[in-house]
Design a protein around this ligand. Structure first.
Ligand code: 1OR
Length: 391
């Protein structure tokens, strides 16, 4: 490493390659060469000079998830990656820093903000539940902790203003924050959400290279941990980006999740963990305590229930787009049935904490479905002895 020659990469090359990389990641073309040819041809045709936006279809304007179509239609259609909200303004040329998904630009100096032991401990506590950090390894996590710096806020402070360039990503240490979005054509911003002493925000502008999608205002005094844009992109972006892409089409194909905002589905993607099983594996065992629920990515499962007389009956099956394991979380009871894998089964697991935090808007629907289970059970077993655990 010591005597490695250092080349200066011209800004224009850097920015163009970064644009290309992002366009590639957003569109995931099947043929890189064709895509590249197209990209650079459009670039050439666009302007003779410096661009302010990538010559790609702007994924931020591709609109609603699933085009409003039916749940399982269009399974084979290429999933269109969709950043969460429409672009609210012209993209500004904010990203001169390098991002190469294959190599995390190791030669960039790591950012270190010294911290006291107690600061480090409270930061470690605050980041524990940050979904975007879930796929970091130990070393990456240390780098994240090193790079974060404290920012104190007063009541009324604007931490982020919609339309601005993205500078930092924030993890909440304390305080309440309100989120406002001003839609095109509307006079006033609308309150769309908030944070209460937990959570994180400010990732969108950094991840998708778009202006801030919302305004975040402190309701009272509080404290935030901030991470600069470059560190975020170098360490957090790669894994998080992949994960959101990986789960996007899955989450779009689950009818129950239609009630979620696109942005909420993204947070859900951050929380999912892949779990794969082989034929005959027991995924859930009747009577066990519940620790999470599962979304079906591929394959098939059998739902088997043992009645009061020890008689086993298959009561249901689930395939891609289905889910199971939510009932015990809704009812706070042990698992009501056993789930077996039929062939190879790929699932995405959501732990109970994330379930409670992220699926609030779906609770009513899940509860209503749970009532249907009872009816089905009565049909199968001839009595209302218990309820099943599958949709
Ligand atoms: P950012 O970098 O765009 C503003 O800066 C941040 O507010 C944004 O990242 C998110 O972290 C956070 N839509 C967009 N951004 C939101 C939303 C949101 N909620 C929080 N942020 N919602 C959709 C509104 C149509 C609210 C969904 C419940």
């Amino acid at each position: 490493m010591e005597n490695r020659p250092r080349y200066r990469v011209p800004d224009e090359l850097r920015e163009t390659l970064l644009d290309f990389t992002i366009a590639y990641l957003l569109e995931r073309p099947s043929n890189l060469a064709d895509f590249g040819l197209n990209f650079f041809q459009r670039l050439r045709g666009e302007t003779g000079g410096r661009r302010t936006s990538a010559p790609t279809q702007n994924a931020a304007t591709t609109g609603a998830v699933n085009g409003g179509g039916g749940a399982d239609e269009n399974e084979d259609a290429e999933p269109e990656p969709t950043p969460p909200v429409r672009n609210v303004g012209r993209r500004k040329s904010v990203f001169a820093e390098a991002y190469n998904p294959e190599d995390d630009a190791d030669d960039q100096p790591a950012v270190v903000h010294p911290k006291s032991d107690s600061q480090r401990a409270s930061l470690a506590e605050a980041v524990k539940h940050i979904l975007l950090f879930r796929s970091l390894d130990g070393e990456q996590m240390q780098q994240v902790l090193d790079a974060m710096f404290e920012r104190r806020v007063q009541a009324g402070d604007f931490v982020i203003k919609q339309g601005d360039d993205g500078d930092n990503f924030y993890v909440i240490e304390s305080g309440k924050y309100k989120v406002y979005v001003k839609m095109d054509g509307e006079a006033e911003p609308k309150l769309v959400g908030g944070y209460d002493n937990a959570g994180s925000f400010g990732e969108l502008a950094l991840m998708y290279n778009m202006p801030r999608a919302a305004t975040v205002q402190a309701e009272n005094g509080g404290s935030l941990w901030a991470m600069d844009r470059q560190t975020f992109r170098r360490i957090v972006l790669k894994n998080a980006y992949k994960k959101r892409q990986m789960y996007e089409s899955l989450l779009n194909s689950v009818p129950m999740l239609k009630t979620l905002e696109n942005y909420e589905r993204m947070n859900l993607a951050d929380a999912l963990v892949p779990r794969t099983y082989t034929d005959g594996d027991t995924i859930i065992k009747q009577g066990d305590a519940a620790d999470g629920m599962y979304f079906m990515e591929d394959g098939e499962v059998r739902v088997v229930k043992i009645d009061g007389n020890g008689v086993e009956k298959e009561i249901n099956r689930a395939t891609k787009g289905g889910y199971f394991g939510e009932l015990a979380l809704l009812t706070n009871k042990p698992r009501a049935a056993t789930i077996f894998a039929v062939g190879t089964v790929k699932t995405a697991f959501l732990d109970v904490e994330a379930f409670e935090r992220l699926l609030g808007p779906c609770m009513e629907l899940m509860k209503r479905n749970a009532e249907d289970y009872e009816q089905q059970l009565i049909r199968i077993f001839g009595s209302k002895s218990a309820i099943t655990d599958i949709r």
